[in-house]
Design a protein around this ligand. Structure first.
Ligand SMILES: Cc1ncc(COP(=O)(O)O)c(C=O)c1O
Length: 483
């Protein structure tokens, strides 16, 4: 039935009236409402029926219209689902801690995504606007990605190819909707559920979760105390023991430790991978954030298809432009492409076009230079404060790039309790536990220096110092942290 506009208006007034009454109260009679609003009885009845349909009032014939008793929502019991689904595969706790959105007054050192100051904001907005007006807003791109974008990704690695290496070409590239998706596809495509994957420990928490979600068992290999990757003998043993065919690693500026492999160690580890008939999944997440030496992806030297390379633009172009690439050769590439197509068919052409415009524009290199200067200043400022205000040896190293410092807390400190105590003082950091595939060998936290307001680094580090000291800003929470 079409409601008259007067009925709608009267219903709105009655809703307000009902909101002020307790459950069971009687509404004025139809006659009273007719008089109050100067409307016809039919119009008033229409309005009252609207409220009945909304469940706000009920009509009791002969008695009147009454405000309904609030009906408690039935308590849902989904316990049967837990029984049906069985054990969880991966713990996505890191999503809560590194991706949480925070209010303006919080010192956010927890997240992995740089703030606007470090992004080419205007270039991204202009590129997206242009892409929206072009055919890419409508067309379906090729499943492996826009050829020009594939060529750009291949060219970036090819630049680092030396004699004896094998420069990748556009046909080795697959465009992915972000680095996380790339890792998930690789793990699903190159290993079967129940198999093992070897990872440096600590490692990127999202990779640990993606491997577990793919049904893989994560086999940790401890990082070499020298800071140079992992011991080749330990890696060999891990391959032999677990029969894994995948080794996931970040040879350049690992997340979270900031460590990088030397060229000679990289050669040794690649030899171990090759002689075990395995793949190195090289996550070059920090490619755009390496400050001190030229970036030389191992993929550039890989003539035999043992390296599967991942590079993402999410952190350097924009967190809203989810574009990454995988470089792989042979059947491995075909299998990863099959997984991608089965999972999502293809990646939005608008995002690919915009990303390509940003990274191939003349302003991109200048942007990277400016961003590097800022990151260097942020890194040095935070590292300096940590050295000055926190206990000796808290700073594990000054990374040659990336976005994070990896801090070792004094023995006896519980990193979760420390993180919680800092959070109560509005300083957010990432608990080290989330970055280990097995028991952590100590208490660690990751502190990101690419977030908002570097002017507040000192305040944040002072909060950490107070929490460690067991008093001051942390109040009662510090006891747990420093216990
Ligand atoms: C080491 C590493 N690899 C991959 C990813 C995922 O990249 P993306 O944001 O493009 O999905 C991240 C994100 O934090 C990361 O730190």
């Amino acid at each position: 039935m079409v409601q008259s506009s007067s009925a709608t208006r009267i219903a709105a007034e009655l809703r307000q009236l009902v909101a002020g009454l307790r459950a069971g109260a009687r509404l004025p009679s139809t006659r009273e409402i007719v008089t109050r609003f100067g409307a016809s009885p039919v119009t008033v009845q229409q309005a009252v029926r609207m409220l009945v349909r909304e469940g706000l009032v009920e009509s009791r014939p002969g008695a009147g219209t009454f405000v309904r008793h609030a009906q408690p929502a039935p308590r849902a019991d989904y316990g049967w689902q837990t029984a049906a689904l069985g054990p969880v595969r991966s713990d996505a706790g890191f999503v809560g801690s590194t991706l949480q959105t925070v209010g303006p007054d919080v010192m956010a050192l927890h997240s992995g995504y740089p703030v606007d100051d470090l992004l080419p904001v205007r270039a991204v907005q202009a590129a997206l606007a242009r892409a929206a007006r072009s055919r890419s807003a409508i067309d379906r791109p090729p499943a492996s990605g826009l050829p020009e974008l594939c060529a750009w990704f291949a060219g970036e690695v090819a630049e680092a190819t030396r004699s004896g290496g094998a420069a990748p070409t556009a046909s080795d590239v697959l465009v992915m909707p972000g680095g996380q998706s790339a890792l998930s596809s690789i793990f699903r495509a190159l290993a079967r559920p129940g198999e093992a994957i070897v990872m440096e420990s600590p490692s990127y928490c999202g990779a640990i979760a993606a491997a577990r979600q793919a049904g893989l068992t994560v086999v940790p290999v401890p990082r070499d105390p020298s800071g140079d990757g992992v011991d080749p003998l330990v890696l060999t043993e891990a391959f032999e023991r677990s029969r894994a065919r995948l080794f996931y690693a970040m040879p350049q500026v690992a997340n979270p430790t900031g460590e990088s492999w030397s060229a000679s160690r990289a050669e040794e580890l690649l030899d171990v991978v090759r002689s075990n008939g395995a793949f190195l999944v090289e996550d070059d997440w920090a490619h755009d954030f390496v400050l001190e030496t030229p970036v030389r992806p191992l993929s550039a030297q890989d003539a035999s298809g043992h390296v599967v390379y991942v590079r993402s633009l999410t952190k350097s172009v924009s967190p809203a432009v989810r574009i990454a690439a995988v470089i792989a050769r042979g059947p491995a590439r075909t299998r990863i492409q099959t997984d991608r197509v089965v999972d999502g068919l293809y990646v939005s052409g608008v995002l690919q076009t915009a990303a390509l415009e940003v990274v191939s524009a003349p302003g991109w290199s200048a942007h990277l230079r400016r961003m590097h200067e800022q990151l260097r200043a942020r890194r040095d400022a935070l590292a300096g404060l940590v050295t000055e205000l926190l206990p000796a040896e808290t700073l594990t190293s000054v990374p040659r790039g990336g976005l994070n410092l990896w801090l070792r807390l004094p023995s006896g400190v519980d990193s979760d309790a420390f993180v919680a105590a800092c959070a109560r003082e509005r300083v957010l950091i990432s608990p080290g536990r989330e970055w280990f595939p097995a028991e952590p060998p100590g208490a660690f936290v990751r502190v990101n220096y690419s977030g908002p307001d570097p002017a507040r680094f000192e305040e944040a580090v002072r909060v950490m110092a107070d929490v460690l000291a067991g008093g001051g800003a942390a109040g009662a929470g510090a006891a747990g942290a420093a216990g």
